[in-house]
Design a protein around this ligand. Structure first.
Ligand SMILES: *Cc1c(COP(=O)(O)O)cnc(C)c1O
Length: 259
């Protein structure tokens, strides 16, 4: 158990988690919004399984991973822990997994089986792949359309001008439900560039809602990470994906997670 263990920067996981929650609440208040309307998804990719368990015990439900392999490892480890809990007569905390990274086609099926919401759908082809997997598991899956608002070539995502059409196409699929949009701020340009990007994405989201292209439950706007989640909340985000501000210094690196 890592409860109370301080990291190099002298804070505990619990302190950082509470701090992020209060920063979300403050940002919401400053924008005249209710903090209950903003969902915190903890990005656990650089964290340990112990940290995930500790956060679950603090009441955190939603976790995100960006690589399918690690997602599957973690869901298996956490499921095992939950089952042990149940055997001992306890109530195992609820957990919901989000996929936020790019997926190779051959890993889509497994990702779909393990996730509640896929944030990173950026092509019709990927959506069709997801549709096949969701039909096989006989449960519809909810997805967000990732938009490359800033147009950086290093970024995944559909071009803003193509987003509405893609949403409408996905909405015709029986087992894939478009729930909203996801975007990331540009790597450079700081707070101003982040704000401009988030505002643009918000407009696009409102546009799609207005014309009804996403069907009846198109209500998620996933924007904001450690460096910009307060700006995102001010710009209308209702789902923030925060990793390092909660996790602290990385517990697993991309390399060590690869094996
Ligand atoms: C890693 C990641 C995050 C979280 O990043 P932090 O800066 O650690 O908060 C959010 N969204 C996506 C898509 C990511 O890959």
């Amino acid at each position: 158990m890592t409860t109370g263990t301080q990291d190099a920067n002298g804070t505990t996981l619990k302190q950082r988690y509470m701090d992020v929650q209060s920063r979300i609440a403050t940002a919401a208040k400053s924008a005249g919004r209710r903090s209950e309307d903003i969902m915190l998804v903890v990005v656990s990719k650089s964290g340990s399984v112990e940290q995930i368990r500790e956060l679950m015990q603090l009441g955190q439900v939603d976790f995100a991973e960006n690589r399918v392999q690690q997602l599957l490892q973690r869901t298996a480890q956490i499921d095992e822990w939950r089952a042990r809990h149940a055997e001992l007569g306890g109530t195992a905390p609820v957990v919901r997994w989000h996929m936020i990274g790019t997926m190779q086609r051959n890993k889509v099926k497994k990702a779909v089986e393990a996730t509640r919401l896929i944030h990173s759908v950026d092509s019709l082809r990927l959506a069709e792949e997801i549709q096949i997997a969701a039909t096989r598991r006989e449960t519809p899956i909810e997805v967000l359309i990732e938009v490359n608002v800033s147009g950086e070539s290093s970024k995944q995502g559909v071009a803003p001008g193509a987003a509405r059409h893609l949403v409408a196409q996905i909405d015709t699929m029986v087992n894939v439900r478009p729930r909203g949009l996801m975007c990331m701020a540009p790597l450079t340009g700081g707070a101003d560039a982040a704000r401009a990007t988030f505002e643009r994405c918000r407009e696009l989201y409102e546009d799609i809602r207005q014309v009804g292209a996403g069907g009846e439950r198109f209500d998620v706007l996933s924007m904001g990470m450690t460096s910009d989640f307060e700006i995102a909340v001010q710009c209308g985000s209702n789902m923030v994906r925060v990793g390092s501000a909660v996790i602290g210094p990385p517990q697993v690196t991309e390399e060590s997670a690869e094996s």
